[in-house]
Design a protein around this ligand. Structure first.
Ligand SMILES: *Cc1c(COP(=O)(O)O)cnc(C)c1O
Length: 352
C-alpha cells in the first residue's frame, strides 16, 4: 500500500532504530534524561531560543503554549483554517478558556490588513465589554492551505505589528523545517519573529514520537508546569528523543525530495482529465485536488483508490496527498497510474 495520507505515515528507519536502541536515558520529568536534554539544546540552538521543552506531540505544544500565553476569557487570533482552530478538538478552549478569532486569508498566509480587521472586530465594544486580544498564532507551513509558506518578510511584518499592539506571538511550526528547506531562510530567522515556536518530529522528519516547544527561559519554566499538570511529563524519554536527534541529523535536507515529489505529483495530476489540482506548483509537500468532475465524491474516490493500492486523505471536499520519507518517485508514478485508471473509468459500473 502506498501511503500518501500524511507525512506522519513514516516508519522509523533501521538507522533510527539503532540510535533509539543505544540512547542513554534518565528521568525526563526531573530534567535528568541526557538524550532529551541534548535534543532540547539542539532545538533551542536551531531556533535561537533560550530554552525548550520535550512533548509527545504537536497538539499538546499548542495546548500548553496557548495556556502559558493567556488568561481565561482572552482572545487568541489565528488564521481561519489553522490547525489550532480546525483540528485540535477545541483544545485551546479546554486548556485555556480562550475565545478564538479567525483571521481571513486566501492561502493560510494573512496580511497585516486582515489581521488588523480581526483585531478591530475584537475591539468593537467599549473596554468594559470586550474580551482582550492576547495572542497571535501563525502556522508554518499552513497545512490545510496546502503546505503554503510564510516568506520571512511577510511573517516579520505581521509579527512586528502584533507586538506593537501588545500581543504575544506563537508559531505552530509543525512543518517549519519544510519552510526552511523551501525558502533557504534559517529556522532561527523565522523563529525570531515569534515569542514561542515548536517543531514536530513526526511530520516528514520520520520520528515515531516527539515535538519540541521553544521560547524564553521564563516562558518555558511556566510551560513546564502546565506540561506536568496536563500529563505531559515523561520518564526515560531519551528512547524517543534519540529518534528526534537522528531525524535532525539525517532527515532535514532530504525534505527537498518530498517537495520535488509533491511538485511532480501535482503537475502530473493536472494532466489527468477530470482532476482539478488546487495548486500545480505546491511550495512544499502537500497536494490538494478535486475529483468532483469524475462524478465521484471524495469518499468513493478514496475507497476505489485504496482498492488500487494507494491511500490518500480528504480535507473537506478535497483530496489531500502528502509526500514523505517513505515515498519514492516510483511510488508517485504508481499512484498516478492508479488515478489515471480511475479517471478513465469514471463513475462507471465497475467503479460502483
Ligand atoms: C499535525 C499538526 C499539528 C499537531 O501535531 P501532532 O504531532 O499530530 O499532535 C499541529 N499543527 C499542524 C499545522 C499540524 O500539521
Amino acid at each position: 500500500m502506498i501511503l500518501l495520507t500524511s507525512d506522519t505515515e513514516t516508519k522509523p528507519t533501521q538507522a533510527m532504530r539503532q540510535a533509539i536502541a543505544h540512547a542513554p536515558v534518565g528521568d525526563e520529568q526531573k530534567g535528568e534524561d541526557p538524550t532529551v536534554n541534548l535534543l532540547l539544546e539542539r532545538v533551542a540552538d536551531l531556533l535561537g531560543k533560550e530554552d525548550a521543552l520535550f512533548f509527545a506531540c504537536g497538539t499538546i505544544c499548542n495546548f500548553v503554549a496557548i495556556k502559558t500565553h493567556t488568561r481565561p476569557a482572552d482572545v487568541v487570533l489565528a488564521e481561519q483554517m489553522s490547525h489550532i482552530i480546525r483540528a485540535e478538538s477545541g483544545g485551546a478552549a479546554l486548556s485555556s478558556g480562550v475565545l478564538m478569532e479567525p483571521i481571513a486569508s486566501k492561502r493560510g498566509i494573512f496580511t497585516v490588513n486582515a489581521f488588523e480587521q480581526a483585531l478591530e472586530r475584537v475591539s468593537t465594544a467599549p473596554y468594559l465589554y470586550r474580551a482582550i486580544p492576547r495572542l497571535l498564532c501563525v502556522e508554518q507551513t499552513h497545512n490545510f492551505a496546502g503546505g503554503s509558506v510564510w516568506q520571512f518578510d511577510q511573517l516579520r511584518e505581521v509579527c512586528d505589528f502584533s507586538r506593537q499592539k501588545g500581543l504575544a506571538t506563537h508559531m505552530d511550526g509543525a512543518r517549519l523545517l519544510n519552510a526552511v528547506v523551501a525558502t533557504q531562510t534559517t529556522a532561527k530567522d523565522f523563529a525570531a519573529c515569534v515569542d514561542s515556536v515548536w517543531i514536530d518530529f513526526t511530520k516528514g522528519l520520520g520520528a515515531p514520537i516527539g515535538a519540541v516547544l521553544a521560547g524564553t527561559r521564563e516562558f518555558i519554566s511556566e510551560a513546564r508546569r502546565y506540561k506536568h499538570i496536563f500529563g505531559g511529563a515523561m520518564r526515560q524519554a531519551g528512547i524517543v528523543a534519540a529518534g528526534c536527534l537522528h531525524a535532525l541529523d539525517h532527515h532535514v535536507e532530504r525534505l527537498q525530495e518530498d517537495h520535488d515529489n509533491a511538485n511532480y505529483l501535482a503537475q502530473q495530476l493536472s494532466q489527468i482529465e477530470g482532476i482539478t489540482v488546487r495548486d500545480t506548483n505546491p511550495e512544499t509537500n502537500i497536494v490538494f485536488f478535486d475529483v468532483s468532475k469524475l462524478g465521484l465524491d471524495t469518499g468513493m474516490f478514496l475507497t476505489i483508490l485504496q482498492e488500487h493500492g494507494v491511500k490518500m486523505g480528504a480535507v473537506g471536499h478535497s483530496i489531500r496527498a502528502v509526500t514523505h520519507l517513505d515515498i519514492s518517485r516510483p511510488d508517485i508514478d504508481f499512484a498516478l497510474d492508479a488515478i489515471s485508471k480511475i479517471a478513465t473509468l469514471g463513475a462507471g459500473p465497475s467503479n460502483k
